[in-house]
Design a protein around this ligand. Structure first.
Ligand SMILES: [Fe+2]
Length: 211
């Protein structure tokens, strides 16, 4: 298993970045508790000293969770939307430079930080988000919420990307994990299919839905 997982930086920056858009985007109506969760994430970006690439990536993944929630089919099983969206924005807090030098995997550190911050509902979603968790029986995403955040991170680098493109780009930047990432791709794609079976648009339309 990876001791230090791949960095999330520098994917194709030619497409529209959620960081360049308005931070607070209402969805599900003005009264929704899900509204403004990106605002709730803001203090974490500052307090944990997110570098620009990590903040952009986190906003991308958060925006993907919003789109996947907004696109859920009528009748799809109910999921904990607030935890999913907040975990989308904060899943990589374990990559904070404040934790540099800690040998534990960043997803494990994310879970610990979120538990310490009292965000209990986000802990397992963050712990199980990394691409290689599908290879580990102790970390594989189990619930609909965990799978949704896992897929959001598979599709979001600095911008929305296809799953295989993002995974192979990650492997190129982290060649010693390339074999493990390659093994994870088909399992990740199966989870992507499962998540999108509850969504009213296909995976290839995600980029357009996140705009
Ligand atoms: Fe991530």
């Amino acid at each position: 298993m990876m001791r230090s997982s791949p960095t999330g930086r520098a994917d194709s920056a030619t497409r529209t970045s959620p960081a360049a858009r308005t931070v607070v985007r209402p969805f599900f109506g003005v009264n929704s508790r899900l509204t403004k969760l990106s605002t709730k994430a803001e203090p974490f970006f500052r307090r944990y000293r997110y570098p620009d690439w990590l903040e952009t990536h986190s906003r991308t993944v958060g925006a993907i969770t919003e789109a996947l929630l907004a696109g859920r089919r009528p009748g799809a099983p109910r999921i904990e939307g607030e935890a999913v969206v907040l975990a989308g924005y904060l899943h990589d807090v374990g990559r904070s430079p404040l934790l540099a030098g800690d040998p534990r995997d960043h997803n494990i550190l994310s879970g610990l930080v979120l538990a310490a911050e009292g965000l209990d509902a986000c802990v397992e979603l963050a712990r199980r988000h990394a691409i290689y968790t599908v290879l580990d029986p102790d970390l594989v995403p189990r619930t609909a919420e965990e799978k949704l955040v896992y897929v959001a991170d598979r599709r979001g680098g600095q911008v929305v990307e296809p799953l295989e493109e993002r995974a192979r780009d990650t492997a190129q930047r982290n060649p010693r994990y390339a074999t493990e990432i390659e093994r994870a791709i088909p399992l990740a794609k199966a989870i992507e299919r499962e998540v999108f079976s509850d969504v009213s648009f296909p995976p290839e339309d995600l980029e357009e839905k996140v705009r």
